[in-house]
Write a protein that binds this ligand. Structure first.
Ligand code: FAD
Length: 461
């Protein structure tokens, strides 16, 4: 829909979260002329990129009374995307500041991502909008506006009225635990990757890691450095899979999924192999969770599908007063946060209009029908990896923005292919220098970097 000629209005907007999504949302809202308050439980910006050795008090994260750690980072974590395609479009994730004290690798450590987000917040003076150590405990619609209740570290609680609320609270805190037949009587220790930090608790243990995507691949190899044996259970593999993976300790295997866990400590895989294990680590992903949101049942979360949401952002009945930035799972997250938040900001000001609630519902149902026709289950409603540029370019067009750069899309695709085919080395071996060159050329043309485009590649040789 084309931008309208409506007068631009400024709104009072609450943003929940000062992670990557909340930071760029705050910037875009302010750029559009809105007045913004960002709430965050933490003491600093960065969201899940703030590493803490502390984990949840319940390592499976099932106990509702547990103390909760927001971050899911492990000490050894490096990005799973090349930095050029990971950053915001107008503030590239290039090596910055004092080169020596920063991590200039193409797939840097989590510390470098936090430093980048801190640079971003400083550059665009975001911190002045943030109320740190302030948790939003309730958000509800009241007479066309939004009541936000928050509490700070002193226990103080207050209600405030906003014209709109943008939810940027992340979705990597509430673990999804795979169902293993017989697990209730299995005597070993269980934990979720959300609570994995370092391999030390697994010294000389026999460990089963369930899940073999980005975190599972990393964590199994991290644990293999100190464990006696590590066995990966992968639902994506054929039932007879049994492969030894080459690691220096010679102690890592991939299996098909688990058939059964038994009271004698054994784990039986569908390939027929039996392992007596001390630990299970679930690398089985996360669930959407918005405990503060009270919409009288209008917004529901069934099978990890938050609905109804127009373009995964606006619940039709509450649009544009309530929106979500950062909900879909796709590779180029930060680009998505930037594009979605520009859209939300422009819709709130009246510069762009949304279709009627009925039309938005029609669009949502059409998306469900498309997923259905492709055989994609409901739990993958927000997994847009295969549609990411189609999705982002649709919103970009609404906002009058240029489409996602081809080099960015290609870097993400080729990075993903390397992650799957060479999980041990994909961060340090690549064959897409041409795409790096293109990215830096693009940054230079847009005057986003102050060094020669070839400098990064030359300095890496
Ligand atoms: C282990 C792991 C590795 C990843 N690696 C990569 C990667 O390499 N590259 C990549 O692009 N993406 C990666 N991701 C994806 C990740 O989603 C994004 O990088 C992104 O940083 C998430 O940003 P966010 O702002 O949506 O959420 P978060 O960073 O989680 O920020 C949400 C913020 O909201 C605050 N908050 C939540 N609830 C409340 C409340 N009620 N009141 C107040 N504040 C609240 C939290 O304190 C937090 O600061 C990874 C994810 C995980 C789990």
């Amino acid at each position: 829909m084309a931008p309208t000629q409506n007068p631009i209005s400024s709104r009072q907007v609450a943003v929940i979260g000062a992670g990557a999504a909340g930071l760029v949302t705050a910037r875009e809202l302010r750029r559009e002329g809105h007045s913004v308050v960002v709430f965050d439980r933490e003491k600093q910006v960065g969201g899940l990129w703030i590493y803490s050795p502390k984990a949840d008090s319940d390592l499976l994260s099932l106990d509702p009374t547990r103390s909760i750690a927001h971050s899911s980072l492990y000490e050894s974590l490096r990005t799973n995307l090349p930095r050029e395609c990971m950053g915001f479009r107008d503030f590239p994730f290039v090596p910055r500041g004092d080169y020596e004290s920063r991590d200039s690798r193409r797939y840097p450590s989590h510390r470098e991502v936090l430093a980048y987000l801190q640079d971003f917040a400083r550059e665009f003076e975001i911190e002045e909008m943030v109320r740190f150590e302030t948790e939003v405990v309730r958000v509800e619609p009241v007479n066309g506006k939004w009541k936000v209740r928050s509490k700070n570290s002193g226990g103080f609680s207050e209600d405030e009225i906003f014209d709109a609320v943008v939810v940027c609270s992340g979705h990597f805190v509430e673990p999804n635990i795979a169902q293993v037949p017989g697990i209730k009587s299995w005597p070993g220790k269980q934990s979720h990757s959300h609570n994995y930090r370092v391999p030390d608790p697994f010294i000389n243990k026999v460990v089963v890691v369930i899940g073999n995507f980005a975190s599972g691949a990393d964590i199994s190899r991290d644990i293999a450095k100190v464990a006696k044996e590590v066995h990966i259970a992968s639902r994506a593999r054929e039932f007879d899979t049994y492969e030894k993976i080459s690691v220096p300790q010679n102690n890592l295997w991939t299996h098909s999924e688990i058939d059964k866990a038994n009271a004698d400590g054994s784990i039986v895989f569908k390939n027929g192999k039996v392992v007596y294990a001390d630990n299970i680590v679930y690398c089985t992903g996360y669930k959407y969770y918005f405990p503060f949101l009270e919409t009288n049942g209008y917004i529901s979360n069934n099978e990890n599908c938050v609905e109804p949401l127009y373009k995964h952002v606006f619940p039709p009945v509450f649009a544009p007063g309530l929106s979500f930035v950062g909900l879909p799972g796709l590779a180029i997250n930060f680009t998505m946060f930037e594009i979605q938040s520009k859209w939300v900001a422009a819709i709130l000001s009246g510069r762009i209009t949304l279709p009627s609630p009925d039309k938005m519902m029609e669009d949502i149902l059409a998306w469900y029908a498309r997923l259905d026709a492709l055989g994609i289950p409901k739990r993958k409603t927000h997994k847009l990896a295969d549609f990411q540029c189609e999705y982002l370019n649709w919103i970009a067009k609404e906002c009058g923005l240029s489409p996602v750069e081809q080099w960015r899309e290609q870097q993400a695709i080729r990075g993903f292919q390397r992650l799957v085919s060479i999980p041990e080395t994909y961060r340090d071996e690549w064959d897409d220098d041409d795409l790096i060159q293109e990215a830096y050329g693009d940054f230079a043309r847009k005057k986003l970097i102050s060094f020669r485009p070839s400098y990064y590649l030359e300095s890496r040789r």
